[in-house]
Design a protein around this ligand. Structure first.
Ligand code: PLP
Length: 307
């Protein structure tokens, strides 16, 4: 049995932009985490054109990627809403996860996702009845929803009569930052969370080799490898929650806020931080942190006992 679907009329399209303070500095946060309880953030924006698609021939959606990916969960919600079958290719699952599904993986399975473990990802092709969605929803169609996001920000800035603004968001594939820059009246700044600055520049150059169309990259002094647990990131995540009363994601946002706070003076005018959602992944990340901390703790105890 699939879960009952949260109705489409629960979608908030023009999400609020709220003023907040972090470390005594003022920021605005675009609350795209509020788009919908399950399908939100930049994945909702990137998938928006499929939501509006009215094509009775389509019965199936296929994609590939990581076993805790936010994109995977977002596609599983889309498939449930559209009554499409969802098939997902992933690398061999860790035993622990296949025995005890958690996080985005469990949520996606509960939504009816059928997964196939493969050595390497097959080339996915759309057919008459099947939509193939790129790894991380990184595809040209994503531009449609991201353009709407850019226009919401453009309009908000005009309504507030602000004269200078910068937009910031953390990047994975860099798709959101790139299309946002194409439709935004303001410079878009980002930081790489997967790979380094060169990876992002290469991704963008595949779309357009003219680097003047690219967003601007800023980096934290000590970037953390994607998915790696880092106590400073955990502490920053907690302090963000305390100062803003907004829950951020644990995978991208700590890297994003680190880069932003360290480089705030480089960004002209008011700064708008795009909340890209992803909160569904926080339970499995917190599980990992708790496990990690309890292991560290027992390790310290062992040292104590030996002394
Ligand atoms: C997917 C994701 C990103 C990165 O988006 P890209 O378009 O791949 O750069 C950033 N933050 C969150 C929370 C995400 O889920």
């Amino acid at each position: 049995m699939h879960n009952p679907v949260c109705p489409l009329n629960r979608f908030i399209l023009d999400t609020p932009i709220v003023k907040t303070q972090v470390n005594g500095l003022q920021f605005h946060v675009k609350r795209d985490d509020l788009i919908h309880p399950e399908l939100n953030g930049n994945k909702a924006r990137k998938l928006q054109h499929y939501l509006n698609l009215n094509s009775p021939d389509i019965t199936k959606v296929i994609s590939c990627g990581g076993n805790q990916s936010n994109a995977m969960f977002a596609i599983s919600v889309l498939a449930r809403i559209k009554h499409w079958h969802f098939e997902y290719y992933l690398k061999k699952l860790p035993d622990q996860l296949s025995r005890h599904p958690v996080g985005n993986f469990k949520l996606a399975c509960d939504n009816g996702m059928e997964y196939r473990e493969v050595e390497s990802f097959p080339e996915l092709r759309s057919t008459q009845d099947t939509i193939a969605i790129e790894h991380g929803c990184s595809e040209p169609g994503a531009e449609i929803g991201i353009a709407i996001l850019a226009n919401e920000i453009n309009q908000w800035v005009r309504a507030k009569s602000l004269t200078k603004c910068s937009i910031f968001l953390p990047s994975g594939t860099g798709t959101t930052a790139y299309y946002l820059q194409q439709h935004s009246q303001w410079p878009v700044y980002t930081t790489p969370c997967i790979g380094n600055a060169d990876f992002l520049r290469k991704q963008w150059s595949l779309i357009n080799s003219d680097t003047r169309t690219h967003p601007i990259i800023i980096s934290a002094k000590k970037p953390v490898r994607f998915g790696q647990l880092d106590i400073n990131h955990l502490n920053l995540w907690k302090s963000l929650q305390q100062s803003t009363h907004i829950e951020f994601d644990l995978l991208y946002d700590p890297q994003g806020w680190s880069a932003l706070l360290e480089n705030r003076s480089k960004l002209p005018g008011e700064v708008i931080y795009i909340h890209c959602g992803g909160l569904s992944g926080n339970t499995s990340m917190l599980d990992r942190y708790n496990h990690f901390l309890s292991k560290q703790h027992s390790g310290m105890n062992r040292i104590d006992n030996a002394m």
